[in-house]
Design a binder for this molecule. Structure first.
Ligand code: PXG
Length: 466
């Protein structure tokens, strides 16, 4: 028996022990702990390429690239080597008090080269949430320096996800999070999202896109443009259910932001670093944001790193006016995380992975994913780049959903695992966002497994109905 096999054997033997200890000591993110205690946890012990393995030896195709982040797939030795080298040379130093270090400088320069025109500065954080907190601070600092301190309010969208810090959760439009937040950060307001499947009514996607974008204009007029500093949005909503706006949405948003002099923040934590076949989805949609939030794919999740890309308009004022920007984190520009990001970006660039997503992989994925639309349970199958969603419905014609208590999405998620696939459920919307290195055969495997899981879901819900 190889060492590897022995270790796996031990992990399997330890499964009940890990589960018990987990329940006794570990508070998980976004989790109902009583329910988790009853069901038990799945223990993920290793991963390679697009697959993960659990402690019982089950091989599972990771349709979510971890949590939308493992863009290069698991097991890339170059990233492990970059982290190891940096940890040996300089495991930690800060960028406060007139100091800097090579990995942070190198990463900031590289980001300047590959980000959309006009972006030459980066601020680093440890996560996407902290990066969005930074955006709030930057927006307010910018308008203060610009002599318009009343431009304080930030407009965001319902069902958006911008993180789980207090500012991140306030920017996000998740009602369950707001309820537990008790008091969202003042000066953040929300407008409705461009979710055509759920909210489109009889409108064509094109009409609906313009209508939903004009909600921003209405809100700006209601508040007074002199009080509105920024609009923040994900180019494609991720955690909200892979909501792909109609093509008419972003051009209209851009027009409105320009007309009323409102900064545009593109939260590209999910869409950045190749997910839509471009370094940034802003390029895909032809929009020119003033600030971009990134995290996740910048390191393929191997080490935590986030940040904001700051366009010339904002950076120049913040720099030229002088005065301290009173914001920063111990781990802003962590050397090992930056070294991994540099290695990750070089691989994405030198192996042409993002071009392959755009030109070859996304068209194939889109065609295969679309075939799920003919499943009796599916009201819509949509995708863009390498993200996809299917809407589970009780009635394809009327788009009527199953009763909430049936938990159709959760039933399907569990059936996916049974079939060796990670697919995430957002209510009754099933979503995938696989590693960018997935092959055509693995796309076929993903879609076949999703179909089987939908069959199992239909059977289970049929039984529940009877
Ligand atoms: N912005 C967006 C668009 C995100 O998707 C964040 C900010 C926050 O990043 P951090 O690194 O602070 O988590 C995210 C994170 C889910 C899920 O259930 C999605 C995220 C995080 C956790 C769960 O789909 N996205």
């Amino acid at each position: 028996m190889s060492n590897d096999q022995t270790m796996r054997g031990q992990a399997a033997a330890n499964t009940p022990q890990w589960q018990k200890s987990d329940h006794q000591h570990y508070l998980h993110p976004f989790t109902d702990h009583r329910e988790l205690g009853e069901k038990g946890t799945r223990i993920i012990t290793r991963a390679d390429g697009v697959y993960i393995w659990d402690s019982e030896g089950r091989k599972i195709l990771d349709g979510m690239a971890g949590l939308w982040c493992v863009n290069l797939g698991y097991g890339r030795q170059e990233l492990i080597d970059a982290a190891t080298r940096q940890l040996q040379e300089l495991p930690y130093y800060n960028s406060f008090f007139q100091c800097t270090h090579p990995p942070a400088v190198e990463l900031a320069q590289l980001l300047g080269e590959l980000s959309p025109e006009g972006f030459n500065h980066s601020f680093f954080t440890g996560s996407g949430s902290e990066a969005n907190d930074t955006q709030v601070r930057l927006v307010r600092r910018y308008w203060d320096l610009a002599g318009q301190p009343s431009k304080m309010t930030i407009i965001a969208r319902k069902n958006a996800y911008h993180g789980s810090t207090v500012a991140g959760a306030s920017l996000g439009g998740m009602s369950a999070m707001h309820k537990q937040l008790v008091m969202p950060v003042p000066g953040i307001v929300h407008i409705e999202q461009p979710y055509h499947f759920d909210l489109g009514g009889g409108l064509s996607p094109a009409e609906f896109g313009v209508q939903q974008a004009r909600l921003l204009e209405q809100k700006i007029n209601e508040l007074g443009a002199e009080n509105v500093g920024a609009f923040i949005a994900e180019p494609v909503q991720g955690a909200g259910g892979v909501i792909i706006p109609p093509e008419t949405y972003w051009p209209e948003i851009q027009r409105i932001c320009r007309q009323y002099d409102v900064l545009l923040i593109a939260d590209e934590v999910i869409t950045g670093f190749g997910r839509l076949g471009q370094w940034f989805a802003s390029t895909h949609y032809g929009i020119e944001p003033d600030l971009i939030t990134f995290a996740k794919g910048v390191t393929s999740g191997y080490l935590p790193l986030g940040g904001t890309l700051v366009s010339g308009r904002v950076a120049e004022l913040v720099i030229a006016e002088g005065g301290e920007f009173a914001h920063g984190f111990t781990y802003s520009g962590h050397p090992a995380a930056c070294a991994v990001a540099v290695a990750n970006i070089r691989i994405l660039r030198d192996e042409g992975i993002i071009d392959r997503v755009r030109e070859e992989l996304a068209p194939y994925f889109s065609q295969q994913w679309a075939s799920l639309a003919s499943h009796p349970l599916v009201g819509e199958a949509r995708s863009i780049g390498l993200v996809g969603a299917v809407e589970i419905v009780a009635d394809k014609g009327t788009r009527e959903r199953f009763h909430k208590d049936l938990g159709a999405g959760t039933v399907c998620r569990d059936a996916c695992i049974e079939n060796g696939l990670v697919m995430r459920a957002v209510g009754d919307t099933m979503i995938v966002s696989p590693p960018l290195v997935i092959t055509h055969e693995q796309v076929d495997e993903l879609v076949e497994k999703a179909w089987k899981a939908l069959d199992a879901t239909a059977a289970a819900l049929g039984a529940a109905h009877a």
